[in-house]
Design a binder for this molecule. Structure first.
Ligand code: PLP
Length: 483
């Protein structure tokens, strides 16, 4: 063994691995335990206060696949999945291997006034898996940046300025994406937003047609399954929206930032409905969660409408977007999804999850709905029939507080990391890594059943806890409900 390596026991298991020991390992060993205090001092004390209040202030030691370990060796099931960026599992060894190889190759990436094969190879792989309606790729470094690119390029390509999006949609937090978001909790305090942005009700083709018929809309931006709330499209909605966009000269832009790369049981969710958009935004899990990455896939017509001359050859882009590590992680992630059949796994595990959790609607007076597509899953709560004073008191203190009564004990008592699906929504959402297995699903389902049946009785201790959490976490709670 080299002097820079050592044998390290893996927390919570009998196994050991050979670990490189450099200044980084020493730094983490020396100061890792200070994470919460350091974060509070240097980054965001409100967020740390929130974590402490709701009991999420663990010291995280390790992650692998669908699991996290704290510094006491306890294993957690992660169904939050980094807001949906760990489709191929945390610390995927094959993606990591590709990244290490890329670093060791000392490649001449990001020449900027020059090109390298890796971005084009990833673009080729993306296009090979996308509908024929898209033929060019522009890389970005995040979902919001992919959306920004769609907005800018969509305007330039059509010569129109209006942008429509669906109510309850979420497209990111930069100013353009924010202008497309519907919910005031994201937009208030940050105005004025960009002009020309309007929302239409989700699943309402007539409202969409009324707006598009003015023939001044550059693009209609829509998630195939809305992330906030896991709202599924009505039959015919997305195909109908695409048809209307075609008829009125509007670009149809499908935001796959959250639904992409196997999340819904297809590589892209748009495959469920055979859509052929002009623009597709992707990001999040494309890099396996290792490196920021994103892309806008566009039709030839959009490309031609923007990059139409030598002076316009670099009309949009950003310095780091097609960097080597992002490109390599993207290539490795696509290979991993293919070779392990993770998209198919997502489809059938998702069906199992729905089958096992749907009975809760009948069984529990507080469960209104259980829904999902692939491994994008949600459970929605409601006031029990006949009414509940405690429920209404919770709602008065903070709308949708009940969902926290499930998220918190799921974490504290069952070691499952989950999230509320959106601000003001009584919906708990799961976006587990697609590498979860049936034991993990069992862990989740049995813990959920137990937690819901306890929470539906609204025991005093739990309610007191939720109220304290609500008061302490008012503002930063939005962050928990973000993705
Ligand atoms: C559908 C959708 N679009 C865009 C975004 C923004 O992505 P990012 O957080 O990478 O900027 C998100 C993030 O959750 C999303 O779910």
């Amino acid at each position: 063994m080299l002097a820079t390596q050592r044998l390290v026991r893996i927390a919570g298991t009998g196994a050991a691995i050979i670990q490189r020991v450099g200044w980084l390992s020493e730094l983490v060993e020396e100061r890792g335990a200070e994470a919460l205090d350091l974060h509070a001092q240097t980054i965001n004390p409100q967020f740390v206060k929130l974590l402490r209040t709701i009991g999420f202030d663990r010291r995280w030691a390790r992650a692998e696949g669908a699991h996290l370990w704290d510094d006491e060796g306890n294993r957690y099931l992660d169904v939050l999945g980094g807001f949906g960026m760990f489709n191929v599992g945390r610390n995927n060894p094959r993606v990591r291997e590709a990244l290490v190889e890329a670093l060791e190759l000392e490649r001449p990436g990001s020449v900027q006034l020059g090109v390298d094969a890796l971005p084009a190879l990833l673009a080729e792989e993306l296009l090979r898996r996308a509908p024929a309606s898209v033929e060019r790729v522009l890389f970005t470094s995040s979902g919001a940046e992919s959306v920004e690119a769609a907005l800018k390029l969509g305007r330039a390509a059509t010569g129109r300025s209006r942008v429509l999006s669906a109510e309850h949609g979420f497209h990111g937090l930069t100013l353009g994406a924010l202008s497309a978001n519907a919910s005031p909790e994201f937009t208030e305090r940050f105005g004025p937003l960009l002009p020309g942005f309007e929302r239409v009700p989700w699943n309402d083709l007539e409202a969409l047609e009324r707006e598009l018929a003015r023939e001044d809309v550059a693009l209609f931006l829509v998630e195939p399954v809305q992330g906030k709330g896991v709202n599924l499209p009505a039959d015919g909605y997305l195909a109908g929206a695409q048809e209307l966009c075609r008829r009125f000269g509007t670009l149809f832009c499908v935001d796959e930032v959250q639904t992409g790369f196997g999340r819904t049981g297809r590589l892209l969710a748009l495959e469920h409905w055979g859509l052929e958009p002009d623009l597709i935004t992707v990001a999040k899990s494309l890099s396996g969660g290792y490196v920021p990455v994103g892309a806008l896939l566009m039709s030839e017509a959009v490309y031609e409408g923007v990059f139409d001359s030598l002076p316009n050859a670099v009309s949009h882009g950003s310095t780091f977007a097609p960097n080597d590590l992002a490109m390599v992680a993207g290539l490795a992630t696509l290979r991993e999804l293919d070779s392990r059949g993770l998209v198919e796994d997502s489809a059938h595990l998702g069906e199992q999850l729905l089958e096992r959790t749907r009975p809760l609607v009948e069984r529990s007076p507080v469960v209104k709905d259980v829904r999902g597509l692939g491994l994008m899953w949600a459970i929605e709560f409601e006031e029990p029939d006949g009414g509940s004073r405690t429920w209404r008191m919770l709602e008065r203190i903070q709308p949708a507080l009940f969902a926290q009564l499930v998220v918190v004990p799921l974490f504290r008592d069952h070691r499952i990391l989950s999230q509320v699906a959106g601000h003001g929504l009584n919906v708990l959402k799961a976006l587990p890594p697609l590498v979860v297995d049936e034991d993990d699903l069992d862990w989740f389902v049995t813990s959920l059943e137990e937690t819901v049946s306890r929470a539906e009785k609204m025991p005093r201790a739990l309610v007191r806890f939720a109220l304290t959490a609500a008061r302490a976490g008012r503002t930063p709670r939005k962050r928990l409900a973000r993705a």
